[in-house]
Design a protein. Sequence first.
Length: 477
Amino acid sequence: AGDKAVKRDTASRRMDKRGAGFDKYDKNRDGFLNEKELTEYAKGEFGFAVPKDGAAKIMALLAEAKKGVPKAKFHDLKVAVGVMREEEASKDRIKKAQERKKFIEDKKAAYTADVGKVAESIEEVDKEVKKAEEKAVPLKAEEITKLAAADLSQALTSAQEQLTATKDEIESVRKQIKDLDQDLLVELASFVRLECRKLEVKLDLFAPRLAQVNLAYEKGKSHLIRQEQRELEILRSEAAKAVKAFATEKKLSQDDLIKAMDKDGDGSVSKGDFTAFLEGCDGLKLEGSQVDKLYGLLDESNTGAIPQDTLLCFIRVYYRVIQDTVITTEQSIKGSKTVRRLEVDEIVEALEGPVEEEDVKIKRIRASALRDSSEGWITVMGNNDTVFLEEHPPLFRLVAAAPLTKEIEATSEAIKALPIGEPVEVLDWDKKDEAGHSRLRVRTRGGAGGGEERVTGWLAGPAGGEAAILKLEPRTS
């Protein structure tokens, strides 16, 4: 009985509470909630604005005698408002979903348009790559030998400019692709990234084509370096021959020839003096640009003056012994004493001549043997046209790897490791360091017109015969 009383009391309080809620909105105290009061109830208790047609539906469902919803149906009213609120929320969700769908579709269409623009840019890149490939045609092996150095240089410049422009264009398109992948909507992330990947694949296909163009460019550049070096060596050789012919005609020694070039006696030759001297050499016709190149080759430090030791290297004449002969004390063979015998492949430096002995019709030079500095007169060509000596530039290749040092001392700083086969030009022969070791001052051949820098330094030199510390072999090419 007690439990029943408690239940009745709880139910009574619940009803009283509901009644109080009803009374709160029953403004006219008539025991009914009319349409206006119903709307205020929904707004006040649930924050729900009942649509006008919705209020009418509830009234049609729960109202009595057109007075409104009675207190007895207040719970039903609450349920009806809850149902209608969920219906309206569902409509709102559907509306928002439709709006979102439309937004996504519009965004996808915009992304698709952007992808299309990037695809068009890739088509433009393809045109630029084709231009680069066309620029590389003259640089191919079968075409490059047909070009003069100036034309090849122009073709290289054109190819390089096109390569740079094409690479810049590719990087610009890559940025466009990257921009597509920024601030993506979650719903479109997979779609956009797939499209971006497709674009990147298309762009990546240009890499091997450009690599071929770049390879042709690098080969062309190397060919130009060799070609300019050959042309410069030919120019240097022609000028040196003209200078030597001038010295022979005027019967000038090395010292006299240096004085003829070094007008002011300051130990170096300016460009003006050098140009004037070359103009006085018979049979030598050089254009201004050729003089500039030749002077630039000799003025290695770019000081505006050729040092005397460089000039000596330029005017020095070397001969290779090609048939056993002797060094003698006098110009004339008659009455001359033998200094020593010369062996095949020895190198001698001409100090004077060639001069011809009228009575025996032979050509002789005063020279110094590089092996031991033995000095005297040597026959270049006999009276029956037998050749004993032939001109040979001081150009050699290493037959053993060796360090190139900054100073004459073998312990000084190594500035370059020279590998087997490295071509060098010998500037000074068989100099002694403080320890008495034989040393050679050499210059690497480098490259002309932008090639590898020419480096001057010291190598271990020949000690003579089979005991040579380092052997150098004459160049064959």
